[in-house]
Design a protein around this ligand. Sequence first.
Ligand code: EPZ
Length: 421
Amino acid sequence: MAKFIVNGAKKKLTGEISVAGSKNAGLKAFAAALLTGDEVVLQNIPVIEDIARMCDLLAALGVKIESVGDRAFAVRAAELSSTNFDSEIAKRLRSSIVLTGPILARFGHASFPYPGGCVIGKRPIDVFLKGYEKMGAKIIEREDGSGFEISAKRLRGAEIFFRVVSVTGTETLMMAATLAKGRTVLHNAALEPEIVALAEFLRVCGAEITGAGTPTIVIDGVEKLHGGTYYNPPDRIETGSFAALGALCGKNLRITGCAPLEIMSLLDHLGAMGVAIARGKDWLEVSRPKVLRAVDIKTHEYPGFPTDLQAPFSILLTQAKGTSLMFETVFEGRLGYAEDLKRMGANIVVYDTQRAAFNGPSALRGREMESPDLRAGLAFIMAAAVAKGESIIHNAYIIDRGYERIEERLRAIGVDIKRAE
Ligand code: EPZ
């Protein structure tokens, strides 16, 4: 199993790091390609493990996927060889659940396991099942409880209110509704930029959608969609992670090919910590300030502080002067990494699975760690970059799920990191 070996930075990180295409938006564009039998071209797709797993999953269903250039794919789902998901692959990918929308809408049946992904909480799928029921689908839970069979001659439009704001729930039902009979209105929809990007692409393919990016999305079903080209936006979580890294140990670290306006909450919190940030339309420049001030963080659905930046940002809190309160409101199991940080020397009081206090600054010492999830894995690399001595971060695959060639890109800005088998 590959691992990363990191030696604490003896010097500030500097230079330029460019942001890859969005993991979470790119994954959903592959799902959207199933809504038409025409060829769809997807561009600026990151070279990461989750995209590879998504391609495996689609290929197992009979979807034709061809690389057509650097980070570009031609996808063609003229017909499927099956609508039963390969459980082994689907269970490794939360976004496998997103495929149920297009497949149900276009082929009338989907059989799938409970989705997998990061172990950051229960991650139920009730909003998906309730939405499908409202749209007239028949849902049967498999006897062994391993998953579901869903069928519908043709989905019908419905008024759907999300019990909780769900990113993939919004994306999946929005896609399903594009081919349903009649109008669907999604209330309490998620506002993430990835949803706006997905809706724009669906409209390019002929869908009738208004309101993406607002709490109410209206979709008027059409008979069929045609092909189109999708250009994947930059990954805003990578952008925020690199901005936090620059604030932690950077000197004029320049982050390019990004969309600063999509991480205003993070930038606002960095500002509150005393971090000076220069920014343009598609770049940021960040340096470690003399003194990092403590700041309280409460994660929140977009445009609030992203839960996916909670772990990377927490490393800054261990170095900030004073007490910072962390309240993770979106997932109930996303503070597990704190124990490893405490073993590195961080002063953290964990009150429950969602609340903790970070007292700093505390000197960190290199340790051997295992990434519990993708974002905590990157946080461990960040902690190791400012810790004294050597750290070993096992299970590199988990980090490779969402960060392309991470050790090469970090080494280029001065992190002493290498990959080892
Ligand atoms: C998406 O997950 C992202 N993943 C996550 O990123 C991200 O953390 C999350 O949105 C929140 O922004 C992908 O897009 C592939 P949710 P998702 O449905 O859609 C509860 C990463 O690191 N909920 O918005 O699965 C759920 O338990 C990953 O890139 C239900 O109760 O998250 C959570 O508490 C990690 N029932 C809350 O809603 C449901 O049916 C928000 O979850 C669905 C969700």
